[in-house]
Ligand binder design. Structure first.
Ligand SMILES: [Zn+2]
Ligand SMILES: [Zn+2]
Length: 138
């Protein structure tokens, strides 16, 4: 068991509470994550049943299999919702301390050309289920 953790958007209109375990943080460098975040996404994930959201989340369907949730007031990117049992939560929206660590990078083949990845953590060219246990981003 882990203590409940909380988070929310920049303006406070959307908040959430996670009662269960959170996955280590994975950075995703795919084009969709880069576009939606302005750089790359760093996300944890939690079982859907453990996440309670307050406030209105607007959803953008970014592919046939996934949608992205954001605050309609301030635009903060909060969630990636795809197939499977877990909801991805953008780690920067968690309240500190998160107790989490970055564990690796996925979709590195699609990363922007203006930065390098030099933290020594595992890098996957595309999706890596060992890192994410999730389906590819969309
Ligand atoms: Zn907001
Ligand atoms: Zn991505």
């Amino acid at each position: 068991m882990s203590a409940a953790r909380t988070g929310g958007c920049l303006c406070g209109a959307v908040t959430y509470r996670v009662a269960g375990e959170l996955r280590p943080v994975i950075a995703c460098h795919c084009v969709q994550c880069r576009k939606t975040s302005g750089h790359h996404v760093a996300a944890t994930s939690a079982h859907r049943e453990d996440v309670r959201v307050s406030g209105e989340v607007r959803w953008y369907r970014s592919s046939d299999t996934a949608r992205r949730g954001f605050c309609p007031v301030c635009g903060s990117n909060l969630f990636w919702d795809g197939p499977g049992t877990h909801l991805s939560i953008f780690a920067g929206t968690l309240d500190s301390p998160t107790g989490l660590r970055l564990a690796g990078h996925i979709f590195c083949a699609d990363k922007g050309d203006y930065y390098g990845i030099a933290d020594g953590l595992p890098q996957a060219a595309e999706d890596d289920p060992d890192l994410t246990t999730q389906v590819p981003c969309g």
